[in-house]
Design a protein around this ligand. Structure first.
Ligand SMILES: CC(C)(COP(=O)(O)OP(=O)(O)OC[C@H]1O[C@@H](n2cnc3c(N)ncnc32)[C@H](O)[C@@H]1OP(=O)(O)O)[C@@H](O)C(=O)NCCC(=O)NCCS
Length: 176
């Protein structure tokens, strides 16, 4: 961590804190729309059950897990992992929803979330590959992926569209 002034911890969230999860996710879709595939407009419409179910799933970490960074009891960042199901694909995991509030960036929170996610993946011995994607322009995220052993395996053109602007996307993977 570069800045020792800030103290944070990486946690999993109990289901009863689902509103905080929702709030952080919606803020992320608002501050950095070009980083994510989902739109704020869509996410705002999700029923409460959507957020609760996601956290409920996360408690067992069988199909899905989301880590949060907490600072003074406030959620400031998150990182999700989906574990693919099915005989032929259950060795794969996918990263999602990597985000840190703008005021808390550059302090090592993203790196800590990333490391915790990688540690969890390693513990799941069936996982042999982690997949991720980073939209063009998200340089901090791309660098963090590369620092954590991800390699760019391709570029998907025009992957998302916001207004009239298209964004290409780096496709990344890490073989374990
Ligand atoms: C990507 C992201 C999660 C990284 O979180 P973070 O807490 O800033 O990560 P870290 O503090 O561990 O720093 C990561 C790098 O970004 C740099 N950085 C990012 N924001 C910074 C800031 N505001 N001030 C200074 N440095 C910053 C750091 O110096 C570091 O680079 P280095 O390791 O080469 O020195 C965060 O930038 C973010 O939420 N971005 C917008 C959403 C996004 O792109 N998500 C990824 C989708 S794939």
């Amino acid at each position: 961590m570069k800045n020792n002034i800030i103290k944070f911890k990486i946690i999993r969230l109990p289901v009863n804190r689902w509103k905080e999860y929702r709030t952080l996710r919606l803020i992320g879709l608002k501050t950095d729309p070009q980083a994510f595939g989902r739109s704020l407009r869509e996410a705002k419409k999700y029923p409460d059950k959507f957020w609760k179910d996601a956290l409920r799933k996360s408690t067992t970490a069988k199909e899905y897990v989301v880590f949060f960074a907490e600072c003074n009891q406030k959620l400031v960042g998150m990182f999700g992992l989906t574990f693919l199901q099915g005989d032929k694909i259950k060795h794969r995991a996918k990263s999602t929803m990597f985000y840190v509030l703008p005021a808390f960036r550059g302090m090592g929170i993203g790196s800590a979330l990333f490391k915790e996610a990688m540690r969890t993946v390693k513990q799941k011995r069936r996982i042999k590959k982690i997949e991720s994607s980073v939209n063009f322009g998200q340089e901090d995220s791309l660098r963090l992926h590369q620092k954590n052993g991800f390699k760019i395996i391709g570029i998907a053109k025009k992957e998302i569209k916001i207004g009239n602007k298209f964004y290409d996307q780096y496709l990344l993977e890490k073989i374990l």
